[in-house]
Design a protein around this ligand. Structure first.
Ligand SMILES: Nc1ncnc2c1ncn2[C@@H]1O[C@H](COP(=O)(O)OP(=O)(O)OP(=O)(O)O)[C@@H](O)[C@H]1O
Length: 684
């Protein structure tokens, strides 16, 4: 009855909708170059894509040293989700869990001995091949990552790779028994699982593939497998540390939400092989950050770096007692705080803040004067005892590497990497930020970049590789192995785009109408497929991306007022919960091993079906497959931002649609064609 009422209400409201499904865009998606008034590259509509794509090719010296391998394009019969809907709960899971598990120490020892033997055989074969003269060598061949390159030899399923049985079993529980490796996972299995004989040098590798293509599994499998392999050795050789936390691996992510989700996933993947995974997350704090620019905002809002606010870290039982941990996940800033002691940078931050306010206002404001004088008077900022030792770190994964190496985050990221290298007894030079990228030719001549060789396995991963990151890697990590999926810098194949036009009236009303149309379509499909079954309609969920915090709040309030309950989330929203992702319940993906929390109601007036947010949540988060639509209502700052926002739907082979709103009439509408072409260049 309720469902019927709801259905009629949805349909009634949606019929009044005048948001056109056809393409009408204008002011969206201009490249920063265009916005700054530089010469437009609109004559080459595919240029954003090719700019990104080309950036992966090793250049100059790197061309000779580094390697790039692109997986062959997957054909239909080799799709990763073959044989099973990706999220269908596995009926035999319970039965399998009760089966005896081959994860005893002796079984693992046996496994690694067999592996070592097969590697010796492989190495002998490779050497023989080398003597005969190999024809395919990634170093000799220039790969164009936009074209399919049939290299063959990639594992076709997870069972065929030498994964620990316990790891394989957890993987099957999470993604299904019949799931096949995606392109990036196949590349990772081929290149990273095997490279662990004791005499091999540290792995240095970039994993690049489109959003939702399973990069987390691509790096977690080799990481967890290797941590298990070296567990005994590490116990024997681990350096004594007086600090309570001494992880063997770090996964760095730009947001606390992503850190928590990744830590949760890694825990599930490693529960049989019994590795200890922990998340170093911190509470969120109100911020008065006023900077412009996505990355600056993201950094300050998410990390609250300049607030001595008394926020606590999310490590249970925080104290001086030692807590065994193999893998720690968190933001670089949080890791630095644990390693150097909380408060290590407050004095410097206070100076910077005072300087910033001074510069902005032209004269010193009251706050800045107070802060500046506190610093001038030599006020001592309290620094807590460091809690983490870095001596035993063997792996560092930089997830969303393009964010963590962008100008706003890279200082913390590089500082942390240098601290780990120093703690392990191999200090590396830390180039000042302004010297990293030469500003002019004279500086170019002066800068003699020293390649960096970290004394640990170093993996970077991202769905977008901008030129800045590619150049940085070519300069400082010339021998880096680059593994790329053939679909990199495209929208996922299952993601469709639609351009919706503003009516010229209230934009919030346009958005509301489009949301109701989504639900009306759901109701229609439900009616057709169930032929009038009384089961209630399952309405899909929608993420709406805005640029500004105020817009998020206004739109959230408007939709709430119209009977559409939503979660409106910005960096400093009260709703961001301390130490948990509960504020995103119902939106983030639950794995088949999670205890399903039944929604309170399927009525969107009761249970939030709409998430309104900024780019804060556009990175890395694995959203629920119920999210079939992403709305982009403000112009993303660049195409990279667009790819990540759009990529929150259409993940792991699920269908999804990105609806881009824009102006079709009046000022700015002339750019509609250009924008359409820009987006079109990224379509599958
Ligand atoms: N081989 C596979 N078969 C089926 N599902 C998979 C497979 N690999 C990963 N998945 C699922 O795909 C989803 C997306 O994975 P993941 O979050 O790692 O993607 P990603 O490439 O890191 O995306 P993003 O670039 O947005 O961070 C997850 O829910 C994961 O469980």
């Amino acid at each position: 009855m309720l469902a019927a009422l709801h259905l009629s209400r949805v349909l009634a409201r949606s019929t009044g909708g005048s948001v056109s499904p056809c393409i009408h865009t204008s002011s969206v998606l201009l490249s920063p170059a265009r916005r700054k008034g530089r010469k437009s590259n609109s004559k080459t509509p595919s240029s954003p894509k090719s700019r990104l794509a080309k950036s992966l090719k090793p250049t100059g010296k790197a061309k000779r040293l580094g390697t790039l391998e692109v997986a062959p394009k997957l054909t239909r019969d080799r799709a990763p989700h073959e044989g099973r809907t990706p999220y269908e709960p596995n009926p035999s899971r319970r039965q399998r869990i009760s089966e005896p598990v081959m994860s005893t120490r002796s079984a693992e020892k046996k496994h690694f001995a067999a592996l070592a033997h097969s590697e010796r055989v492989d190495r002998r074969a490779a050497a023989a091949q080398g003597r005969r003269g190999s024809t395919v060598g990634p170093m000799e061949k220039e790969f164009d990552i936009t074209s399919s390159t049939s290299l063959g030899g990639l594992p076709k399923n997870f069972k065929s790779s030498p994964l620990l049985p316990g790891l394989l079993q957890c993987l099957h529980e999470l993604i299904g028994e019949n799931a096949k490796p995606t392109a990036i996972q196949a590349l990772s299995l081929k290149h990273l699982i095997k490279q662990h004989n004791s005499d091999s040098r540290w792995i240095e590798c970039l994993l690049a593939s489109e959003t939702g293509s399973g990069k987390s599994i691509a790096y977690l499998l080799p990481l967890l497998q290797d941590l298990k392999r070296t567990e005994l050795e590490s116990q024997a050789s681990s350096r004594k540390s007086s600090r309570p936390l001494n992880p063997r691996a770090l996964v760095l992510a730009p947001t606390h939400e992503l850190s928590r989700q990744l830590a949760g996933f890694a825990k599930k993947l490693s529960h049989i092989v019994k590795l200890r995974v922990m998340c170093a997350s911190r509470a969120n704090v109100p911020s008065t950050a006023k900077e412009k620019g996505t990355a600056s905002k993201m950094k300050r809002l998410m990390e609250g770096v300049d607030h001595n606010d008394g926020a606590e870290i999310f490590i249970p039982g925080n104290g001086r007692a030692s807590r065994p941990v193999d893998l720690l996940v968190g933001t670089p800033m949080k890791m630095l705080e644990l390693e150097r002691g909380r408060g290590w940078n407050w004095e410097q931050r206070a100076r910077e803040r005072a300087l910033r306010i001074n510069t902005k206002d032209g004269v010193a404001g009251q706050d800045s004067l107070q802060e500046a004088s506190a610093v001038d008077l030599g006020r001592k900022f309290w620094v807590d005892e460091p809690e983490m030792g870095l001596e035993n770190v063997e792996w560092v994964i930089v997830d969303e590497a393009d964010v963590l190496f962008d100008p706003d985050f890279q200082e913390s990221t590089r500082m942390l990497l240098a601290d780990i290298a120093a703690a392990r007894g191999y200090p590396v030079p830390v180039t000042p930020a302004h010297m990293l990228v030469p500003q002019d030719t004279q500086q170019k001549a002066e800068i003699t970049a020293q390649p960096i060789s970290y004394p640990f396995n170093f993996l970077l991963t991202s769905a977008t590789i901008p030129n800045s990151l590619s150049n940085y890697l070519a300069t400082y990590h010339p021998t880096l192995t680059r593994l790329a999926s053939p679909h990199l810098h495209h929208l996922p194949r299952t993601l469709r785009t639609e351009h919706a036009s503003w009516t010229g009236g209230n934009k919030d009303v346009d958005i509301e109408r489009r949301i109701r149309r989504v639900w009306a379509e759901d109701a229609l499909v439900h009616a057709k497929t169930t032929l009038g079954s009384p089961r209630s309609v399952k309405l899909s969920k929608v993420i709406v991306f805005c640029n500004k915090r105020r817009k998020v709040e206004e739109l959230g309030a408007f939709l709430d007022g119209r009977g559409i309950k939503c979660v409106a989330l910005t960096g400093n929203a009260d709703g961001r919960q301390r130490g948990s992702n509960h504020h995103l319940d119902g939106f983030l993906k639950q794995n088949s091993t999670d205890v399903a929390v039944p929604p309170l109601s399927s009525d969107p007036a009761v249970t939030p079906h709409v998430l309104v947010t900024t780019s804060l949540l556009s990175r890395g988060l694995d959203f629920h497959p119920d999210i079939k639509h992403v709305f982009i209502v403000d112009e993303p700052r660049n195409m990279i931002d667009f790819l990540h926002r759009a990529g929150r739907t259409g993940r792991a082979g699920e269908v999804g649609k990105v609806v881009v709103f824009g102006r079709s009439k009046g000022r700015g509408s002339g750019r509609a064609v250009e924008v359409r072409k820009r987006i079109g260049a990224f379509a599958a």
